[in-house]
Design a protein. Sequence first.
Length: 838
Amino acid sequence: MARERVELGEPKKSTCILCECNCGIEIQLDGRRFAKIRGDNDNPASRGYTCEKALRLDHYQNFAHRLTTPLRRRPDGEYEPIDWDTAIREIAGKLAEIRDAHGGDSIFFYGGGGQGNHLGGLYMQALRGALKSQFYANAVSQEKTGEAWVDGLMFQAHPRPGDLADAQCVVLVGKNPWQSHGLPHARVTLKNLKADPERTLIVLDPRRSESAAMADFHIQLKPGTDAWALAAMCAILVQENLIDRSFVDERTSGMEPVLALLSTVDITTHAAKCGVDEDLLRGAARAIAAAGSVATAEDLGIQQAPNSTLCSYLQRLLWVLTGNFGKPGTMAAHSIFTAVVGAAEFLPPDRESRRLDLGERLVRTAAGVLPFVLGVVGRWPWAGRRMDRIVRLVLNRAVMPLLIRLISDRSKLSGVLLRLMRGMTGLFSIGVPRATVTPVTGARIIAGVIPGASIVDEILTDHPDRFRAMWVDSSNPAHSMPESARFKQAMAALDLTVVVDVALTETGRNADYVLPASTQYEKTEMCFFNFEFPRNSIHMRTAVLDPMPGTLPEPEIYGGVIDALGTVDEATFDRLRRARRAGRATLTADVLMMAMQDPWNGWLATHLLRKIMGEEMPAGMEAAAPFWIPSVLAAVTFPKAMRRAGHAGSGLEQAENLFNALIGTRGGIVFTQDEWADAWSHIHTPGRRIRAVPELLPEIEALAHREEKWTSEEFPFVLAAGERRAFTANVIMRDPAWRRRDAQGALRMNPQDAERLGVTADSRVRVVTEAGSAETIVELTDTLLPGNITLPNGMGTEAGGERTGVAPNDLTTGRYRDPIAGTPWHKHVPARVEVLAD
């Protein structure tokens, strides 16, 4: 019988939400079903490319177990539906009680969007501003903070990604782009590398991954020994005189002690510790030195393993010592529109900040007067319009050119003004209290986020400064953080827990309130993974579908709670409306001055601008209104690069052109077009020099005598928990039917280990760690070294009361973590395997 042809709707442009690439896609609908998905040729970053995972996004959108009403936990532990007004009123009341009794810092926030819904995080930040709550974490806090710490010290910038598409030599450390993607055009890039005999691919990975199988040099080291291999490769560069001496002398600072230490490293001993032939390490290091261009990438394979922060540093030394920065095919720092986490602006050290105090006080004094003046003048429309012309003239002719000149000169004053302006994006912790350690355990806070592995210890204590409430946005930490059972115990100990999500997740099942959000395809959304160079792009996407009845977009949820808290009085809104009617320049000045007067207002700016400026936005785009301020900031910071990208004009005119392009272009836009020499302008260290990190010298030295083994007789295996496979992404995909193979998420094991244990393919086994145990089936593969076992990520979620596969964090523990960043060792968990009877 012939299949009936269905007429599909016109393609609607959007974005894949499964990894940080956020490839552009086009979706054709059959009713509410995603009937056809393909790559969007108009997207300036992905240019039509997408992996196979994006094609199955209907399993996210039309998951059978969507939430469609707010839920409240009853005393018996069951949930009851309540209406939105009741939910917002009760939650706001309880938040206010906790804030008044214990302070805003007792309310902890987690999340703010996954791989694709970052816009809602801006509005969560506004609620944090309303409560004066500074403690926060997200998934980055158990992955990338060691890398961020190193980047802050070396570059005061974010040198990512490398130009892998054009590099003569590519080095991948703990990364398998064939499955995890995370790089533009990942599979095309890898295929091109393999096909070109003049190019070299070097992969450091204990597993012969799909990417490693394509490598010219696969350094298959023992699990957890990456630091020894990387240190040996750096030492080879130094001891064989393969470094770029002129680059080191002219472009770096503080490297001499590093070179002196590397000259003493025993390469033979290091190679033996990581179980790799010394000649292989020497060959790889020499290939790096000989290449005309080198680009590197690292990922969770080292970032969630022993010595992770040190590995991030050593990986960077490979390309710094060989001069691979700021030219095609190498590494570069990039422009930024807005940031994923809270401290990407890399503030200067405290001793430099003190010099800014006087200027900052003067600015704040002026900031207290200007809103009053603007408010009075704005009462008369003719006067308001005239005032707006004056303000626009002052901003265009004086303030913005001065800022551009100051930023270019990297003067002290520019630091004050730029930080105050950046405070307006809602994602920067500028001027508000900035703790450097957590309140209970004293764990280091990096990039504004507390270590994920420390969260539980900040709750399960009688310390007076412990967290009393937790708000979770579009995240599932009870599943994704280490030692899930203990995380759930911590949630039960809190006075209030609120979860905002599209489904009743594992975290939601342990919360007091669960608020149903619209999906990422039912609202205006945006991703903040704008990491490209030299062309950096951003994509403001509109709704593909109307929201599911009973759900709300996050901006409306947060706006409702903020209004219920009574944080902003109606007089302030009236003044801002008058400023808006006068003109965008007046509104900009008013909101900026509010933030300068009280930095918490900077966090509230998203809420204020959505309510005020949103009134003049296109229907459905009200939540995009706050991006006017980052557009102004971009015009101040990157005027030349913006002009190259097609955003003409100067000052507010250029900002308006960028903002209008952002909200008016469905497939995304290039917002800066740099030249390769501009890579240095994005480094903010003194003299724009790449700095050594002296704090890590003792760590390098300690490798000579440090133990490289963490297994024992009780736990003889190393479990890598959370491996990326063909049909794993993240827990946002809760429909088991999306997986075309490996539906149960088998435990992968070397055949030698299987023979010793007496198991075969599909045998049932129990995996046991000090944190817990789980049962699964076995898959045999010689891609793993003996003693190494793996389980996939994204499994073990419950759908309709049924669990599929193993939840990896039932087996992990927060006890093993990086000493600097506190990132947990998900990829290095001591374990044992027990055979189950058939």
